[in-house]
Design a protein around this ligand. Structure first.
Ligand SMILES: NC(=O)c1ccc[n+]([C@@H]2O[C@H](COP(=O)([O-])OP(=O)(O)OC[C@H]3O[C@@H](n4cnc5c(N)ncnc54)[C@H](OP(=O)(O)O)[C@@H]3O)[C@@H](O)[C@H]2O)c1
Length: 307
């Protein structure tokens, strides 16, 4: 089968399409024929060598496809099911950017019936991340005020949709074409982060969802009211700022489980979350797909079509 692999870390041009053996599965795994996969910032981090892993490695995490074989311990999906989930080689799977992926049975769930494979692949990591933060850590309530950083990104764009469905007041940071995009998603207030300082404009917020990190994260604490909560996809809690502003800070670690995927499927099938596939590439154009995602000109997701 074809697989997009690296045998050395580096730029997108290090990724090569290799002919490799189709993976075999263990009793707790499933084999998925991958129809589509999507690219996340984590895939760039793996490619650039931020993790100590033996090479060569097949890149990619998000998959959507058809189950072709199930291990003896797997009961929640069966051969022929359309599934979506994760298949990271760094987590013991065989990698997503390939014609077939062997991954833990717990890493996949039935795909939403109203999406095609491209759309389903685009939502697995970002959808679970946004859902686990907004409904879990923050437990956002109607009429609460939330600031979502990076609203035009993969996670931010899903977070806006969930927060609006709950009935919260949503402010978000975006730039360029992203400003109109987040307005269409339903954001009530949009701050152009290259022109305006969000901390000068927003006050007494109940919650902040940070998908950007760095200075943006540190400056966010002053937007919260006492008792508020800040959750970051990137940063660890800053205890001095927590104490100063009397707020709670949490670092998100997204978990893929069949339960989490089932909840996500239900949000998608009930129309709360719509996918936003911006650009689609065939597997052979993986380098171009990475470069496009890393250009900063993507609204939503970049997806690879494999079958
Ligand atoms: N902890 C975990 O378990 C976990 C899981 C998944 C993802 N993550 C991390 O979460 C982060 C977000 O992931 P993602 O998939 O949503 O990435 P993404 O699609 O690249 O979105 C990031 C967004 O941030 C925007 N942005 C950049 N600088 C900004 C600034 N100063 N102020 C406001 N917005 C800014 C970008 O907009 P522009 O287009 O304007 O640059 C982009 O839309 C990544 O760092 C990823 O690695 C962590």
């Amino acid at each position: 089968m074809k697989a997009a692999q690296i045998s050395e870390f580096g730029h997108a041009d290090k990724v090569k399409i290799n002919e490799v053996d189709t993976p075999t599965i263990k009793p707790d795994q499933v084999l998925v024929e991958v129809h589509a996969a999507s690219i996340n910032p984590f895939d760039t981090a793996v490619r650039e060598g931020n993790f100590e892993i033996p090479l060569p490695i097949t890149l990619g995490g998000d998959i959507a496809g058809t189950v072709v074989e199930v291990g003896s311990q797997i009961t929640h999906v069966a051969q022929g099911d359309k599934v979506y989930g994760q298949a990271h080689a760094v987590s013991g799977a065989s990698g997503a950017f390939a014609e077939f992926a062997a991954t833990g049975g717990e890493q996949v769930g039935k795909a939403p019936s109203n999406l095609d494979f491209k759309e389903a692949a685009s939502l697995t990591l970002v959808g679970q991340s946004a859902m686990q933060v907004i409904q879990g850590h923050i437990n956002l309530q109607p009429n609460q005020k939330i600031l979502i950083h990076g609203g035009s990104g993969g996670i931010g764009s899903v977070a806006i949709q969930i927060a609006k469905h709950i009935g919260a007041h949503v402010a978000t940071t975006a730039n360029g074409e992203g400003v109109d995009y987040v307005k269409k998603l339903g954001a009530d207030e949009v701050i152009d982060y290259k022109v305006q300082k969000f901390e000068d404009l927003l006050h007494d917020f109940d919650a902040i969802f940070d998908t950007v990190g760095g200075e943006t994260y540190k400056r966010s604490y002053e937007v919260l009211k006492p008792g508020g909560v800040i959750v970051s996809m990137i940063e660890q809690p800053d205890h001095a700022l927590m104490e100063q502003y009397k707020v709670t800070a949490i670092a998100q670690q997204t978990q893929t489980t069949p339960e989490s995927l089932a909840k996500l499927t239900s949000l998608i099938e009930s129309g709360v979350i719509a996918p936003h596939v911006d650009k689609v590439f065939p597997l052979e154009q993986i380098a171009q797909a990475f470069e496009t995602r890393e250009s900063g000109k993507v609204l939503g997701k970049v997806v690879l079509v494999i079958k």
